[in-house]
Each structure stands twice: as C-alpha cells, then as structure tokens.
Design a protein around this ligand. Structure first.
Ligand code: NAD
Length: 247
C-alpha cells in the first residue's frame, strides 16, 4: 500500500473532512493518530471503524490552539507511534458575521484555531521530521482564503495566511526531504457548511461549475496524493478541490 509504514497525525479528525482524511490515510496503509478537541466518542468511532477495516489508529485529545495541549499530545503520539511522518493540519472553525459586526473575540478565536493551531502543531512535529530527513505537511486552507466570502473576514484572513505559510515553509524545507502543501477545498458537505442557511447554500451551488457541493472523500483523496511518493516533487503548492469554482 502507498503509505504503509508511515505514521500520520490529522488534527480535528473526528468528523467531516478530517474524518475522511483519517479513513483515506488508513486505507492507504498509514497508522493514523486522530486528534480531537471535545468529541471523544466520535473520535473513538473513527478509530474503531479504521481498526475494523484492518487499519491502525488511535485517538489523542488536544485543543490545537493551546501550545501546552499540543505539546502534551506530541508526547502521547510519540509514545504510541514513535514518530509522525505525515502531518495534516485540518482543524478549523468559523465565527461568521460581517466585518462591521465582528468583534475582537470572533476574530481572535478563528485566528487562534485556524492559524496559531497550525503553528503549534507544525512546530511540535517538525523537529522529528528534520531529524529523519523526511516529512509531508498538508494544510487545509479554503477557497475562501483565495476569493474571500461575505461574513468571513476572520476565516478568509486565516486561510489566506496558511497559503503564505505553506510557500515559505516549503522553501525553507525543500532540501530537507520535507514537502509542504495546501489543499483548498471549495464548498464541501460537512457540518460546517450545514450551518450555512439553506437559501445561501442554494446560491453557492449556482456558482459552482459542477453544480454540486464536494464530498469530504474528494478532499481526502487530494491529501493522500500530496503525502504519497507520487507527489515527491511537489512542494509549496495549493491543490484546489472546488468543482471548478475558482480556477
Ligand atoms: P467540521 O466543523 O465538520 O470539522 C472541523 C473539525 O475541527 C472538528 O472535528 C472540530 O472538532 C475540529 N476542531 C475545531 N477546533 C479545534 C481545536 N481547537 N482543536 C482541535 N480540533 C478542533 O468542518 P470541516 O468542514 O470538516 O472542516 C475541516 C477543515 O476544512 C477546516 O479547516 C475547514 O476550515 C476546512 N474547509 C472546509 C470547507 C467546507 O466546505 N466544509 C471548505 C474549505 C475548507
């Protein structure tokens, strides 16, 4: 299998896109550390499903926006699996409102999970990758970081920042055996998008050339490709998975 012998960590892996990424990585042969923040039961369910399909997975609690929590998770993951070869920074939140109504708390909350969380997790696991001279890092950005979206100034800022971070880290690590890429999903059928009012979702679909939302599995396949050996010469890139919405 493409990823056998590799160890992956997926943040926010208990549901939605993160869950699909955990399943797809396990399906490709990787052992998967599933990070979750609060939903232990859902995370256990993902791990159980992976084990039933013959894969290897375990669950690790941490709020990625807290440096100390990430450091504790690092110790637990290393005690269980020995290392992390593939890091997928997927955890993310939204706190939508127009910028005029957006308070500092909503701004800070989104930046703290979607951007600082990526900083803490990448910091935590990069040293091991450098020691071994091998690593694959994928950030889950968003089409919103590329084209903007009403009511999402905080989210767009964080997701756009990830793209600059991806390019810079890719350049710094290019000779170290570590690739760094981003996946920018369009609108995907998850609880995050289910929270968008029906009427607005209908309007969004009319702007998608494929006239449908994407599935978490379609995003997961792009991640599996980027962490596989097939993508060995790809770094600093953003892979758009958006049904043609931004081209
Ligand atoms: P989701 O809300 O279903 O899942 C997000 C996951 O992140 C959840 O498991 C949640 O518990 C976890 N999480 C949130 N805060 C956390 C924290 N502080 N620490 C650890 N985990 C935390 O959303 P999703 O749609 O599956 O989104 C996954 C990623 O994809 C996010 O980064 C999101 O911004 C991005 N994305 C989603 C879409 C979409 O249309 N659904 C589009 C583009 C990008």
């Amino acid at each position: 299998m493409r990823l056998s012998g590799r160890v992956a960590l997926v943040t926010g892996g208990s549901r939605g896109i993160g869950r699909a990424i955990c399943e797809a990585l396990a399906d490709a042969g990787a052992a998967v550390a599933i990070n979750y923040q609060g939903s232990e039961r859902a995370a256990r369910e993902v791990a159980r499903e992976i084990a039933e399909a013959g894969g290897i997975a375990d669950i690790f609690q941490a709020d990625v926006s807290e440096r100390d929590a990430v450091q504790r998770m690092k110790k637990q993951v290393l005690a269980r699996f020995g290392r992390v070869d593939l890091l997928v920074n997927n955890a993310g939140i939204t706190r939508d409102r127009t910028f005029v109504r957006m308070d500092e708390e909503a701004w800070a909350a989104v930046l703290s999970v979607n951007l600082n969380g990526v900083f803490y997790c990448t910091k935590a696991f990069l040293d091991g990758m450098l020691e071994r001279g091998y690593g694959r890092i994928v950030h889950i950005s968003s089409i919103v970081g590329q084209i903007g979206n009403l009511g999402q100034a905080n989210y767009a800022a964080a997701k756009a920042a990830l793209l600059g971070f991806t390019k810079t880290l890719a350049k710094e690590l290019a000779t170290k055996g570590i690739t760094v890429n981003a996946v920018a999903p369009g609108f995907i059928e998850t609880e995050m998008v289910a929270a968008v009012p029906e009427e607005i979702r209908g309007k969004i679909v009319t702007q998608i050339p494929m006239r449908r939302l994407g599935t978490p599995q379609e995003v997961a396949k792009a991640v599996v490709f980027l962490v596989s050996d097939e993508a060995s010469y790809i770094t600093g890139q953003t892979l758009n998975v958006n049904g043609g919405m931004y081209a």
